[in-house]
Design a protein around this ligand. Sequence first.
Ligand code: SPV
Ligand code: MG
Length: 525
Amino acid sequence: MKKTTRLRQLLQSPELEFLLEAHNALSAKIAEEAGFPAIWASGLSMSAQFGVRDSNEASWSQVVDALEFMSDATQVPILVDGDTGYGNFNSLRRLVRKLEQRELAGVCIEDKEFPKTNSFGASDRQVLASVDEFCGKIKAAKDSQLDPDFVVVARVEALIAGAGMEEALRRAEAYHAAGADAVLIHSKKTRADEVIEFSRQWAARCPLVIVPTKYYSTPVEVFRKAGFSLAIWANHLLRASIPAMQSAARRIRQQQGVVAIEDQIAGLDEVFRLQGAEELAQAERTYAPAPGRGVLAVLLAASRGRELESLTVDRPKAMLHIAGKPILQRLVEECRRQGIHGIRVVAGYQAETVILEGVEVVVNEAHESTGELASLRLALPHEGQALIVYGDLLMRSSVLRDVLEIPGDAVAVVDSLTTEGPDNDYAQCSAPDDRSLFGPAITVERMVSSDRPNQGRWIGLLRLGGPALEAAHQVLQHLPDGSISDLINALVEAGTAIQVHYIHGHWLDVNRLEDLEKADAFARA
Ligand code: SPV
Ligand code: MG
């Protein structure tokens, strides 16, 4: 439904509806999410957030620019506080056209002289417009709107200016006759008597709108009974934000830091959510080249990790919590950060505990009697790039980023700082790590245990694509079960050049109890 049609419905329905003020796109979105069926783009609040007075100090085009953001950010209709129309009938015609172009649903204009002053402000200069002139504006607005459902509300300021009830009714009648879709009757009294009396005498000739800023303590049931169509909470998000910001600013200044308030303010995730960051992330997946595009991460997590003893009775070690989250969850998040959205986990031991959102889990039922290659056979893709990752690996983002960005079809990440240890994941390479950025291409010659000379430890990260991936499938057909190191050796023997990407630390794996403390510190750092 068009926003204009929706606003018209709200105005014309017999139900009393409440609108909440917004003054920028963020507050508009917040009002919408709270469930308000429409938004009041308040002149007072918008001028305040610009840091100027509610006296037409912001130009109409500056206001329209801000309104465009508000309209873009929301689905619900916005009724614009058009003040006095920013000039004469002609200025208002142009305003209406601009509002329609930006999908604002309606405008409210008030019968005062330009530049206006706020109805509650310090200035008691509340000069009413001539009735004829204001009727001309209403006609001009109605004649210039292209969408028949665009709403024009005429705001009667006679009670604010002290001109009395009779004058208020006389004006409302003239504005109604000039074509206004609704009348906003404004009052600065702290009781609702005035507007209720107005409604009684008005006798439902057209929908009535109120702004209970001053008579806010009147039970809303009274408004309902009096037959008002819309009630506008006209400045409350702005006023809610002011003490919140003042307090935060004071405390940050006093405490010379943000630790004490960090948990009391919106997290960045909430900011990103309100900005619609997820939609952009999805669009990027579709439209923007990313190093992780076409990559399927295969996370090997079938083994229990027996050396971790009682910790791995009820879950595999890859699901152990490190600094508050499972290692696998960290890996999944790291992959996504690098643009890898295809993620397949091979679970085995206590597979039912491997629960990760948006991740495909395949189960190696024979995990007790088989090794890594049996798991890999279940998960290795036939197309694109496969990123084979040990499920207990913790690493800094740069490690994953770099392995994705290095050209070539086969890349193994080798830590040249670690040449000794109990496992069999050590790489003999065609050249040692000379730490040069643009050295000769170095390849794996053989995977060995650390009692043999080697140039570093393979960290459990291997990328295979194109012919190297094809070769891996062929080799896997013949290879008896074994480790990924066995696969690397078989690939090398079959003539696949596996490039070495040397790193120097910045990763950890979790095998033994003493690794846990280190991993925790690593993840928190
Ligand atoms: C506004 O919100 O800017 C209004 C309502 O016009 S009031 O401030 O009550 O005049
Ligand atoms: Mg206003």
